[in-house]
Write a protein that binds this ligand. Sequence first.
Ligand code: ATP
Ligand code: MG
Ligand code: MG
Ligand code: MG
Length: 439
Amino acid sequence: MRLSRYFLPVLKETPADAQIVSHRYMLRAGMIRQQAAGIYSWLPLGYKVLKRIEQIVHEEQQRAGHIPLLMPTLQPASLWQESGRFDAYGPEMLRIRDRHDRDMLYGPTNEEMITDIFRGHVASYRDLPLTLYHIQWKFRDEIRPRFGVMRGREFYMKDGYNFDLTKEDALHAYNRHLVTYLRTYERMGLQAIPMRADSGPIGGDDTHEFLVLAETGESEVFYDAAVTDIRLGARDIDYDDKAQCQAVMEEFTELYARTDETHDAEEFDRIPEERRRSARGIEVGQIFYFGTKYSEAMGATVATPEGERVPVHMGSHGIGVSRLVGAIIEASHDDKGIIWPEGVTPFHVGIVNLKQGDAEADKACEDLYAAMEAAGLEPLYDDRSERAGAKFATMDLIGLPWRITVGPRGLKNGVVELTSRRSGESEELAPEAAIARLI
Ligand code: ATP
Ligand code: MG
Ligand code: MG
Ligand code: MG
């Protein structure tokens, strides 16, 4: 992409009403625009990051055999009347009446709808296990939408649902989701710690939230510092292997890590004092096992091998896709702007031409641009006639992991400058060598 032809409405002023750094940088970097309280347009740069995060979520879900589909944003109230949640959900649910006076709602989550799909099409244990998921916009009429996309009213969520014959199978699905989530967040350059949590309006006993530690987080958390040393890394996972998934789950959840709702001061005090931590965290996902709560209420049953009809065991599993954009920035920035982890960056590398209009500099940039595209990289070429300082400031703000700076002086010696956004270190290299470093 050439910046002269892109739409990157960078703001010079720091927006006064943005209280946390991710919100400020998302506005300043032209990633989002607020359209109403908690409702945003995703401008091209923000949209690109959102799509990269979404893609990672898809890949990791499908790696575990989970099947994507797409349910609508609008739902009939009747499904929620069956489960009893139409009244129970409260004012966070946006209720709508259509022209025929039918009660509708903008879905805050999809347990009822997926259970309806299941009962309409699945009748036998032979079709289990089954996990279906979608990534779709949700609406919750939050009492205090704030912090930009972190607590929106309209937000983008991955929500997945498992259907199993037995509790044991459903707990395997729970563990499997836990592992997929660990891998998903690690690919985004994030550490998200599974913490024992409260199940809220979804219901059920087994639930973990995934928390990214950050001072601006809205959740209060308590944990053993040793949990922050565990990584999933590149280990091979067989998602059908119950014992392996369970072992990973235990490894990541045996140390004390809880949100304030489930915090137990006595147990916490048993952790050696130097490892006791209380901090703030951002909830970027949650997994639930809730048994037959919805399948019983809505008649989602299957025939067992013995021919008996039993309600299926279910769980639901959510990732805050749009919240993650903010959470990643909270976890990775400096005073100049965002620092994107490679896994989610909107462009791989920025090219800064120090002397636009200089035939040699222009040609060197064009050659780099073409070579990068040929190598499968996505560059953002700042080809505007701006001062070098302004170009650097924009690149620092939008946070691409690498910058290549091209100017007549370096070109005389056959070199360009390659700079890491994270370390700030620069190196002079021949253009071909710079590209080789990025592949
Ligand atoms: P919170 O405690 O922050 O209100 P929640 O527990 O109500 O979140 P879940 O029902 O667990 O949310 O939904 C799954 C995920 O969706 C959450 O872990 C979070 O990352 C994301 N999410 C929930 N509400 C919002 C929101 N208002 N804006 C952006 N993301 C959200
Ligand atoms: Mg909530
Ligand atoms: Mg919560
Ligand atoms: Mg939650």
